[in-house]
Write a protein that binds this ligand. Structure first.
Ligand code: GDP
Length: 397
């Protein structure tokens, strides 16, 4: 969805193109594309020591507790200062591991000043048990400061494990309902009217309420911040993969415009010319965004127990799990000559008058448009298949 500012930028691009001012058009398009990549999103994670904050921060960023740059974890107090952890692929998104309010000796209002609450887009308050009086005071103070907060009840996997062992008639649904009701009731008794509580296991983000949490966050964020959150989110559901695809798709017309006004090289065997380095950059974003790069696939294999080679068997696109270079793009395109890549050319053509691309550049625009659309669809399909494959282990066990 375009904001009024986006629409204003679109008009500027159109004008520059119509005036044949290519340098200005490139600058404006680049600005338009960069704006999204640079939108800051700051997420505060707070809760008592040992509640699982650091593990949550690492899981959200898709990295292991033991990886370089991971938030330090452990059963003793590890978070005594306010520490930002940028997302490894989207550094505009930072998760802030905050000390528990109880460990700082500040009352809730001073605590918020101490951590610099204004900069945060929202707060996640984590507890591995019932929420404490400190958690509630903090939530009330956050509300007074007109910021949003969400309660995460962590380590739900351990609760389920323990309950399964101790009960003869175990029901996961009933156990989760009971834990959630218990948390909600406790919060209500302490004066929070309709608390939102999400049951999460940082070891298994694709299970339990993590998806619900991300959907809620996305819905409640201002529009211009939504894509920042979406791209930084781990691919824990088919819906997220689809939404990422749509968000990528919405940007294709701008990359196609860039390539139309920039330098293009012919693709051997095809009657098109494309700006291959530009395509390589965009395709790298797709591969990263869908977690189809080698490190992400390896990590997925580790987490799910589905071997890396098994995950690779469902990947069809020759662009996944590879370093994307301009040469590779040209090679792949020339090998799939006359495929659907070019059949969809007309689809891109409808943007030519809307964006204001001069007719002479239309061919290059549609070639890039169709190429990116084609590659995006293939990679999104791969991501869906990888997701299903990775899930097999979890569902059959
Ligand atoms: P922090 O002090 O709040 O940052 O808590 P940590 O992230 O260091 O976690 C404390 C301990 O709880 C560590 O041993 C983690 O491995 C463990 N832990 C954290 N999250 C989970 C979870 O979702 N499930 C389980 N079973 N253990 C967790």
């Amino acid at each position: 969805m375009d904001t009024p500012h986006d629409r204003e930028m679109n008009e500027e691009i159109k004008e520059a193109l119509q005036n044949n001012n290519q340098a200005l058009a490139i600058e404006k398009i680049q600005e338009r594309l960069d704006k999204e990549n640079n939108t800051p999103l700051k997420i505060a994670i707070t809760g008592e020591s040992g509640s699982g904050k650091s593990t949550f921060v690492n899981a959200f960023r898709g990295i292991d507790n033991s990886a370089e740059g991971a938030a330090p974890t452990g059963a003793t107090e590890t978070t005594s200062v306010v520490t930002p952890y940028p997302h490894p692929k989207y550094p505009n998104v930072t998760l802030w591991d905050l000390p528990g309010v109880g460990t700082t000796k500040f009352p809730a209002d001073q605590y918020l000043k101490h951590v610099g609450f204004e900069k945060f887009d929202f707060f996640i308050i984590i507890s591995a048990t019932r929420f404490t009086e400190n958690d509630v005071k903090l939530a009330q103070e956050i509300q007074r400061m007109k910021k949003k907060f969400y309660f995460v009840r962590s380590k739900i996997d351990s609760d389920l494990y323990n309950e399964r062992r101790s009960k003869r008639e175990f029901s996961e649904t009933r156990t989760k309902e009971r834990i959630k009701d218990n948390c909600i009731q406790g919060l209500q008794e302490q004066g929070i009217q309709s608390p939102q509580v999400f049951l999460v296991s940082s070891f298994e983000l694709r299970l339990h309420d993590f998806s619900l949490l991300t959907e809620t966050l996305e819905r409640e964020l201002p529009e211009h911040k939504r894509n920042a959150l979406l791209f930084a989110m781990p691919n824990i559901s088919q819906q997220i993969i689809n939404k990422k695809k749509e968000a990528f798709q919405a940007k294709i017309k701008w990359y196609a415009s860039l390539s139309a006004v920039g330098a293009a090289v012919p693709v051997p065997g095809l009657s098109i010319a494309v700006d291959a380095p530009l395509l390589a950059g965009v395709v790298t974003q797709y591969v990263f965004g869908f977690g189809l790069d080698r490190p992400s696939l390896k990590r997925l294999a580790e987490i799910t127990g589905v071997p890396f080679d098994d995950l690779m068997t469902v990947i069809i696109s020759p662009l996944a799990a590879r370093k994307i270079t301009a040469d590779l793009i040209i090679k792949v395109l020339s090998q799939c000559a006359s495929t659907a890549a070019l059949l969809a050319a007309e689809e891109g053509a409808r943007f030519i008058p809307i964006i204001g691309i001069p007719v002479a550049m239309g061919l290059s625009f549609t070639a890039t448009y169709s190429t990116l659309n084609f590659i995006l669809t293939k990679l999104a399909d791969d991501a869906q298949r990888v997701f299903e494959k990775a899930l097999q282990r979890n569902t059959t066990d």
